[in-house]
Design a protein around this ligand. Sequence first.
Ligand code: TEU
Ligand code: CA
Length: 561
Amino acid sequence: MKKQWWHGKTAYQIYPKSFFDTNGDGIGDLQGVIRKLDYLKDLGVDIVWLSPCYVSPLADQGYDIADYYAIDPRFGTMEDMDQLLAEAKKRDMYILMDLVVNHCSDEHEWFKKACEDPFGKYGKYFYIEQVKDGKLPCNWRSYFGGPVWEKLPGHDDLYYLHVFHKKQPDLNWENPELREEIYKMMNWWLDRGLAGFRIDAIINIKKALPFKDYPADREDGLCSVHNMLHEAKGVGVFLGEMRDRTFKPHNSFSVGEVFNEKEEELPDFIGDDGYFSSMFDFAETVFGQSGDGWHASSGITPDDYRNCVFATQRKIGQIGYISNIIENHDEPRGVSRYIPEGEATPAAKKMLATVYFLLRGLPWIYQGQEIGMENIKLNSIDEVDDISSIDNYKVALAAGVSEKEALHMIELYGRDNARTPFQWNASENAGFTTGTPWLRVNPNYTQINLAAQKDDPDSIFQYYRALSRLRKDPAYQETLVYGAFIPYLEDHHNVMAYLRRTDDQTILVIANYQTQPQTLPLPGKVNRILLANTGNVSIQNGQIDLEGYQAVVLELGNVIQ
Ligand code: TEU
Ligand code: CA
């Protein structure tokens, strides 16, 4: 694998709407991101991915873009964006925007023109089908529930495709004219100084055509889009063209949100000449998911989590450079999901931080993760904003689940968990806004907030700073960035341990993933302790006595493996 400038960096995802509000309207904005660049630099952040802040009706919180060339006034102006790019550059930081091109908003000019002339130029930017006697072209279910076909406004016999929300009409990537529009827009942003993109839902752009039904998988007579994705061939033609027309000429960074990738395609996706620089590991995020809806999902134990992570590390090997997360804006908070209920102490949160951050791959921190932000408790469905949660709530009730249980399911899996405002301090609204926050602040902000951790050497925040510094330490960087990943004690219950190894150095990451202490054998002599998430480290007779949720990073000598 060719070495790249970004391999040794630390990456961070900002959900602007919930990050920091500077004008008191209760909505986070670009000026808020600018104000916090020094904070991010101090944390050790180099690369910043901004969730969408383009003009949008926010039907899917900005993942429904109505103008790719303009910033939504609720987030600021293009001048703010240019200022952010300039201020980031001054700090050797790199800004990525979210590229949402499987679909646009139904309020985009293109779609409005398509409604005026469904068979003209802009009608061909979308999938518009004639429907006779009400028989839809296919029985796929939208990711947000219901059929993927909606009546084209102004036309009784024409329907348009939307695999997501009905306000997110799919763009027709089979149309070269549409693809040219997308590349032009991408290059416009890259020429403006953007370092690259996070690529949204990109595997959906290639449909298996002609449209056809698959066996219904629920009472609604519909089926998962995944049936079609499994059959779709040739997404690489579009992705290779995108790479050659945009990323390559700019030598920019790109990270794909890719679910349902085919294993044999991994080298094409993230190999040295791959479509993208990297892609996210979602193995642990999809573990236990059910096609019947969130209510039918099973939880994930520490051993499951470890096995998912190790499977990805093995699958990727030296093919490319995976992006490692414990959460993002679509997922519950990692510390609430991957640490058993009631055990998410600061030590446990730092243990989780240790075992994912030092994997082989690019470590991503999602806003608030660095201070251990947690899922939010719900009192009623009226408090929920997320369209995916509301859909799953309805599906659960229809399946006979009680309202109480359906609400608890949203507490476990809902996307609002990661979208509650960043908890800056213990003042009103956690210091996020002087106005009324667009989404409820987690009431635990009085305990969990940055101000309470900034100057505490034992805080989660300081621990993330230490992890980022360790991974960039010249004495260990080559091993932690490029060293082979070798599982250790991988069948040992509630243990997550692995070696990172080069010819010259071996580093052991070893964690006790439970409250009860356990003593474990070490695979070699300990040269030095590089990091530990709790007090003292007890090593004797070639063994290590780990306290509950203790994680330790050791440099070893003469390892027997
Ligand atoms: O998500 C793509 C996606 O398919 C999964 O995240 C999941 O299906 C979805 O979150 C529903 O639970 C991307 C964005 O990350 C997400 O925020 C958008 O809602 C979606 O695409 C549409 O743009
Ligand atoms: Ca604001």
